[in-house]
Write a new protein. Structure first.
Length: 328
């Protein structure tokens, strides 16, 4: 089966990493990744997140709609950053409408968590396939450096609501503020977010830095070197960044949100959950005192996302009787 993959994101972004990993895993189940042109593939697999576009959510949806109509091939869409629980009702409504447009052009919708599927059903009437995010395929890190000042790390691109602000505030509440390191680059169109973080860190006397783009090996090494791994965004819908910590053999301090609770229930012991500033501060204190508690050994068993996607592709192709089925 020939499948073209379309992650509309900058190179190195978590969405691109996820799309590439799913394609590699699906290859073990008879799926061959091909370009979208010149010949139409059997199935197209797109990944959508409005946060990847500098314009509005509506602009992102309109761009997707225009692209979706360029090929007759069945279309599978994986939704990232699924709306439906934003504390800003107006913003949530705009995002929901954009995502509704996107799902309306999909033959199958894929999400990474049960709570995301419930959201999609609520605002679109569509039943989405739930495929747990695969663990990122990262190399083992090098030797963990000893000594040096303590650091709080937030993994992933910098954009609104990612959790970097919470990390800066947490560092600033300590008598001797640790350094805060963003493991990643600023997402295109969100330079003002980084500027605001830098200004706030200066006010709190917190040393803030960003690594910029990291290779897989660089990410593994940087994640290993951080003293305290943080995943401080409780509103995250599903997070490849959270699982990247796990893939790097780290046990992150994760804000107690619906996705983190799902992961904690499925894979007990991989996260340390916290709720509110006081619990976060206590967890950071513990991690700084006993850093070994933030490190794990072997990777845990994980569901086969490649097999799940191969089944979804076959299903949408089976429901397209007029398509030529070149499953080779």
């Amino acid at each position: 089966m020939r499948v073209s993959v379309h992650p509309d994101a900058p190179a190195g972004h978590g969405v691109v990493r996820h799309a590439d990993l799913v394609a590699r895993l699906a290859a073990a189940h008879g799926v061959r990744r091909v370009p979208g042109t010149p010949d139409d593939p059997d199935v197209r697999h797109a990944h959508f997140s409005d946060s990847l576009h500098a314009g509005t959510a509506g602009d992102a949806a309109e761009s997707f709609r225009a692209w979706a109509g360029t090929s007759p091939s069945p279309l599978v869409v994986t939704l990232h950053d699924v709306p439906g629980a934003d504390p800003d009702p107006a913003r949530d409504a705009r995002r929901i409408e954009a995502y509704r447009v996107v799902t309306g052009h999909a033959d199958a919708v894929v999400v990474a968590a049960e709570h995301e599927a419930a959201k999609v059903l609520a605002w679109s009437g569509r039943r989405a396939h739930v495929v747990e995010l695969p663990l990122p395929d990262l190399p083992e890190p090098g030797v963990v450096p000893g000594g040096g000042p303590p650091t709080l790390g937030v993994l992933g691109f910098v954009y609104p609501g990612k959790g970097h602000a919470e990390a800066v505030e947490a560092a600033g509440r300590r008598a001797d503020p640790p350094r805060v390191l963003a493991l990643g680059a600023v997402s295109p169109g969100h330079d003002e977010v980084w500027s605001s973080l830098v200004e706030r860190a200066r006010e709190l006397h917190v040393d803030l830095a960003a690594t910029g783009h990291l290779t897989d090996a660089g990410l593994a090494d940087a994640a290993a070197a951080v003293t305290v791994p943080l995943a401080p965004n409780s509103g995250v819908s599903a997070s490849g960044s959270l699982l990247a910590w796990v893939a790097c053999r780290r046990r992150p301090l994760a804000a107690d949100g619906v996705y983190a609770r799902e992961i904690d229930a499925r894979h007990p012991g991989l996260l340390r959950l916290h709720s509110g500033d006081a619990e976060l501060d206590a967890a950071i204190t513990d991690a700084l005192a006993t850093p070994g508690t933030t490190r794990t050994g072997a990777l845990p068993p994980w569901p086969d996302a490649g097999a799940a996607h191969a089944r979804i592709y076959a299903d949408v192709l089976d429901r397209s009787p007029d398509r030529e089925r070149a499953r080779c």
